[in-house]
Write a protein that binds this ligand. Structure first.
Ligand SMILES: NC(=O)c1ccc[n+]([C@@H]2O[C@H](COP(=O)([O-])OP(=O)(O)OC[C@H]3O[C@@H](n4cnc5c(N)ncnc54)[C@H](O)[C@@H]3O)[C@@H](O)[C@H]2O)c1
Length: 420
């Protein structure tokens, strides 16, 4: 069967994209190098938090299939690359998965196939990395023999309102004709398309959006840290500032940032700029503040333990919510890890409660015991730290806790509760 679409990389971005395309009636398949991802999907199980098993089964019923065989790329009308982009151990952009996926496409590219990159990359990734690989590997010319486009993903895991269809999507092409092909493709299952001037602008949009979040979270975190000198109620400040109907977007302080993108993406424009001799300062300043937050939480918890027991060693601390985002089953880069490690290193017995994480280990492999009954766990610990504002953490239940509570989310307004 001729395929309208093959999605490469069936993770947090690729699978919701495939789901949207299948719902719109596109003949869709997925290619992923992970045998575990492919067999999980074949068995009707979703490998990612934002897509339900029932939705995977509905996709399979509608004809979707996943494979680890790159041969599936042959003859697809459109190929969209959604593979991970991270950082090297030196903190530089790591585009190796994009390069591998592009090489797999290049070897099978036919004239007329629309190739779209959705993975986040620094400005120039499509033109300077993807395009030459495709052209060298296929002998075809982008913009002449096949359209090449870039369209960043704006998926917000766990967001029940905004999805692939109703979130405005940025599209761009190597030429204006390439952009038109991309608009025609995405227009089949996305309501609102915004055409960027070129691929570099579209690439910068994604990095700008995530850097904006990163820097603004760092700003409110820094105010939260400063409040220990001034006694200022940072959540009270934010509540008042948010009443301004223009010119101010509220961000919330917390124990640090996590996830696959927010801590990573700001390094992309910064590394690119630095390689060109341009000092890109804002992400570095934000990185500095955000990097202090987990240590600050550890210090606050140890102080509470010392107050409660006279000594910290042997004390019990319960972490509430270890995922990096509320009501999302994703622990990548979560600040809960350095916090747990810091407490363990201080000789504290650390356990966790989180309906979204069946197991939780720190970076060196130490596993935390999991508590499943929240009230019982609160009764059996010396200090509980609210790290993530999952909806299961009702304010009243936390307020009734007999243990000391360190609230990093400003959720429980109670004089017995210690704020971040
Ligand atoms: N997760 C988000 O919320 C989010 C939001 C916006 C943009 N993005 C961007 O989307 C891209 C993908 O992120 P993700 O969160 O979906 O990653 P992910 O880790 O959830 O999924 C990536 C998938 O790609 C597969 N893969 C890796 N290399 C491959 C290759 N060479 N060929 C085929 N499959 C391969 C992996 O096995 C995995 O299943 C990243 O560049 C990220 O910047 C992510």
């Amino acid at each position: 069967m001729a395929l309208d679409l093959v999605v490469i990389g069936l993770g947090h971005v690729g699978l919701p994209l495939a789901r949207a395309a299948v719902s719109a009636g596109l003949a869709t398949a997925g290619y992923d190098v992970s045998g575990a991802v492919v067999s999980s999907l074949a068995a009707g199980r979703s490998p990612v938090g934002g897509v339900l098993d029932a939705e995977v089964r509905a996709m399979l019923d509608a004809g979707f299939h996943a494979t680890a065989d790159p041969g599936i790329l042959e003859g697809a009308q459109t190929v969209v690359i959604c593979v991970p982009t991270g950082l090297t151990p030196e903190g530089l952009p790591d585009l190796s998965a994009v390069e591998d996926a592009t090489a797999a496409v290049a070897a099978r590219l036919r004239p007329g196939t629309l190739v779209v990159l959705e993975s986040a990359g620094y400005p120039g990734t499509t033109e300077e990395v993807v395009r030459p690989l495709l052209e060298r590997g296929s002998g075809l010319r982008a913009g002449e023999d096949f359209p090449l486009a870039y369209s960043p993903q704006r998926i917000d895991p766990g967001n029940g309102t905004w999805n692939v269809r109703n979130t405005p999507k940025i599209v761009s092409g190597c030429t204006s004709l390439c952009a038109k092909y991309a608009v025609a493709f995405y227009g089949r299952f996305v309501d609102d398309l915004v055409v960027a001037r070129g691929t570099r602008e579209a690439e910068m949009v994604k990095l700008m959006e995530n850097s904006y979040r990163y820097i603004n979270i760092a700003l409110v975190d820094e105010v939260a840290l400063f409040r220990h000198r001034t006694g200022i109620d940072v959540w009270g400040v934010l509540h008042c500032a948010a009443s301004k109907p223009f010119g101010f977007a509220p961000f919330q302080p917390g124990p640090g940032v996590g996830g696959h993108r927010i801590p990573v993406d700001p390094r992309y424009p910064a590394a690119r700029a630095e390689s060109q001799g341009f000092p890109f300062r804002m992400p570095a300043a934000a990185h500095d503040v955000l990097g202090r937050m987990p240590g600050h939480v550890v210090d606050r918890a140890l102080t509470l333990l010392a107050e409660a027991r006279g000594r910290t060693e042997g004390g019990r601390v319960l972490l509430l919510g270890v995922t990096y985002e509320a009501d999302v089953a994703d622990v990548r880069e979560t600040p809960a890890r350095p916090i747990a490690a810091g407490l363990l290193d201080a000789g504290v017995a650390v356990s966790y409660h989180d309906p979204y994480a069946d197991e939780f280990t720190v970076d060196d492999g130490r596993a935390l015991p999991r508590a499943t009954d929240l009230q019982e766990a609160l009764n059996q610990t010396d200090v509980a730290i609210l790290l993530q504002d999952h909806s299961c953490y009702a304010r009243e239940a936390l307020g009734r806790a007999r243990c000391a509570l360190l609230d990093t989310r400003g959720k429980v307004a109670d004089s017995r509760v210690t704020l971040l």
